[in-house]
Ligand binder design. Structure first.
Ligand SMILES: O=c1ccn([C@@H]2O[C@H](COP(=O)(O)OP(=O)(O)O[C@H]3O[C@H](CO)[C@@H](O)[C@H](O)[C@H]3O)[C@@H](O)[C@H]2O)c(=O)[nH]1
Length: 472
C-alpha cells in the first residue's frame, strides 16, 4: 500500500501540475493470498481517477501459484519480473506511432523493469517512497558487500556503531534492515535495485529538503558514491505526496470521525502499524494492559496476523474479544476505540489526535508531520528501524518505544506494557520538545509544496526535464 497509493498520487500530481503531460499507469494485481489490501484499493482509485490524461492499464496477473511461501518467495519474484517485462514490452510495442513517451517511472523495488524502457530508448526515473537517508544506505549496500564488512555481517550480535554517509549519527548494527542480514535471499536483490538507481536518469523521492537536510546534502555532494562509480543521477525531493485515496465507505469513516469529534483536542493517541502491520497475540495483550493502566484516550487500529482470513482485509479479527484481555473493551468503552482499518490521513488531521504510535512506514511519518503530530516509534520490518532512529536522533519529532523490534529474531521479544506506557506518556506530554518540533515540521512540509517551495521547485525541474526528453 505504501508504494501503490503514492505512485497513484504521483501520477495525479503530474497531470495537475502540467497540462501537456498525460500518464498511463501500468499495474499488476497480486493474488489475494499475497496482498488482499491493494487490489480493491486500486479498483476504487481506477474508478475515481481515470481521465483522458490519466489512464490505467492492468497487466494480466501472474497465475496464482502454490509457490508462494517465505522459502520460494525469491523464485516467485523472479518469475513475476520476467512476466512483467514481456507484458510491458508488448504494451510499448502497441504504443508505437502514437504519443511520444518521455519517461518511464518505476517503483524503487521494480528497477529491473527499466531494462525494457532501455530497449525502447525511454529514459527511466525511479520513484523512491522511503527516506533519502535510506536511499543513501541502499546505494552503500554494494560497498558493504564488497568489503565483507564483518560488523554488518554479524550485526545481530555486534554493538559497534556503524557510520553511513546519509545518517547524521552512527547507527547501531542491530537496527539495520533485515535485507542486509538475509544474504541468501535478499541482499543480492537489493543491490540490484540500487544498481538500477545509479542507471536511472533521475530519482524522484517522497521527502522534502527541510526534513532530510543531512541525507540530501550527502547525496548532492556525492559523498555516498565512490569516485569510480561516477556521479549519481539527479534527485528530485518532491514530497510530501500524501495518500488522499479513500479505502473505506463513508459510514465506516464516519463511525471513527464522529467518535473523534466527541474527544477533547490533543487527547487521543492513535496506534496504527501500517497496511501490513500485525502483532503477535501476546504483544497485543501488552498494549491493552498499557492502555488500561495509562488511562489515556486512544484509537487503535488492530490487525491480526496475515494467515487469518477473517474479514474484509486479512488482518482483521471478527471479534476483538478473541484476543484482548477480558473486560478490556467494556472498561475502556468511554475513552477508547478499537477498529480494523483507519482512514489514517483523515484521523491525523483531527484536532483530537495528540500523538501517533507508528511502525514508521515513511508515508505514515510524512502524514503525521503534515498535521504536526509527534510520533512514538515502534518499527516492525523493512527499513522502519532506521527510519525510527532518524526520527528520534536526528529530526527530533519522535520518542522511542522501541527501535529494534523486528522480525529478525524468531523469538520475537515482547515489548512490555511498562515500556509502552512510558513511551505513550512521553508522547502525550504537553509542551514537549517533540511536539514543538513536529509543529515546526508541519509548517515546513506545507511550505515545501507551496508555489516557490523546495518540493514545488523540484517538481517543476522534473517536468522541464521530461519535456526536454520530448524534444529529443
Ligand atoms: O489502517 C490503515 C493503515 C494504513 N493506512 C495508509 O496506508 C499507508 C501505509 O504506508 P506506510 O506508512 O508507508 O506503511 P507500509 O504500507 O508498511 O509501507 C511500506 O512502504 C513504505 C514506503 O516505502 C516503507 O517506508 C515501509 O517500511 C513499507 O512497509 C499510509 O498512507 C496510511 O495512511 C491507512 O489509511 N489505514
Amino acid at each position: 500500500m505504501g508504494h501503490v497509493a503514492q505512485m497513484l498520487e504521483l501520477a495525479k500530481l503530474f497531470i495537475t501540475r502540467n497540462h501537456q503531460v498525460s500518464i498511463t499507469v501500468l499495474i499488476m494485481k497480486l493474488p489475494d493470498y499475497i496482498d488482499a489490501v491493494s487490489g480493491p484499493f486500486v479498483d476504487s482509485v481506477i474508478d475515481s481517477s481515470s481521465s483522458e490524461r490519466l489512464r490505467f492499464f492492468e497487466l494480466p496477473p501472474v497465475d496464482p501459484t502454490p509457490e508462494w511461501s517465505s522459502k520460494t518467495r525469491g523464485h516467485f519474484v523472479n518469475r513475476l519480473v520476467q512476466t512483467q517485462k514481456s507484458q510491458i514490452r508488448e504494451f510499448l510495442i502497441s504504443q508505437r506511432g502514437g504519443v511520444k513517451l518521455v519517461g518511464f517511472v518505476v517503483d524503487m523495488l521494480c528497477t529491473p523493469l527499466m531494462d525494457v524502457a532501455d530497449e525502447f530508448g525511454i529514459p527511466s526515473y525511479v520513484f523512491f517512497t522511503s527516506p533519502a537517508a535510506f536511499l543513501g544506505l541502499m546505494l552503500h549496500f554494494q560497498f558493504l558487500e564488497d568489503e565483507c564488512n564483518e560488523d554488518v555481517k554479524n550485526c545481530d550480535g555486534s554493538t559497534t556503531l556503524l557510520s553511513f554517509p546519509s545518517y547524521a549519527y552512527p547507527v547501531p548494527p542491530n537496527i539495520l534492515p533485515m535485507v542486509l542480514v538475509d544474504r541468501d535471499t535478499w541482499l543480492g536483490r537489493f543491490i540490484d535495485f540500487a544498481r538500477g538507481y545509479r542507471k536511472a536518469k533521475g530519482i524522484i523521492i517522497n521527502t522534502f529538503a527541510e526534513l532530510e537536510i543531512y541525507a540530501l546534502d550527502a547525496y548532492n555532494n556525492n559523498n555516498i558514491s565512490r569516485s569510480e562509480q561516477g556521479p549519481l543521477p539527479s534527485i528530485y525531493p518532491i514530497g510530501p505526496i500524501l495518500n488522499q485515496s479513500k479505502s473505506q465507505s463513508e459510514s465506516e469513516e464516519a463511525e471513527i470521525t464522529n467518535w473523534l469529534d466527541e474527544q477533547p483536542p490533543n487527547s487521543v493517541v492513535l496506534l496504527c502499524f501500517g497496511s501490513q502491520g500485525s502483532l503477535p497475540t501476546d504483544q497485543v495483550k501488552q498494549i491493552a494492559i498499557a492502555l488500561d493502566n495509562i488511562g489515556c484516550r486512544f484509537l487503535w487500529s488492530l490487525r491480526s496476523p496475515p494467515q487469518s482470513n477473517n474479514a474484509q482485509f486479512p488482518g482483521e479479527y471478527t471479534s476483538y474479544s478473541e484476543i484482548l484481555p477480558e473486560g478490556f473493551l467494556n472498561r475502556t468503552e468511554k475513552k477508547g476505540k478499537v477498529v480494523g482499518w483507519v482512514p489514517q490521513l483523515k484521523v491525523l488531521s483531527h484536532e483530537a489526535i495528540g500523538g501517533f504510535v507508528s511502525h514508521c512506514g515513511w508515508n505514515s511519518v510524512l502524514e503525521s508531520l503534515w498535521y504536526g503530530v509527534p510520533i512514538a516509534t515502534w518499527p516492525l520490518h523493512s527499513e522502519q528501524q532506521v527510519n525510527a532512529f532518524q526520527l528520534v536522533k536526528e529530526i527530533g519529532v519522535a520518542v522511542e518505544i522501541t527501535l529494534d523490534y523486528c522480525e529478525r529474531n524468531k523469538d520475537q521479544p515482547i515489548v512490555t506494557a511498562k515500556a509502552i506506557e512510558n513511551g505513550i506518556s512521553k508522547l502525550m506530554e504537553t509542551n514537549s520538545a517533540v511536539k514543538h518540533e513536529a509543529k515546526i515540521m508541519k509548517e515546513k512540509s506545507r511550505a515545501s509544496v507551496t508555489e516557490g517551495g523546495s518540493s514545488y521547485l523540484a517538481f517543476s525541474k522534473l517536468i522541464n526535464e521530461l519535456l526536454k526528453n520530448a524534444a529529443v
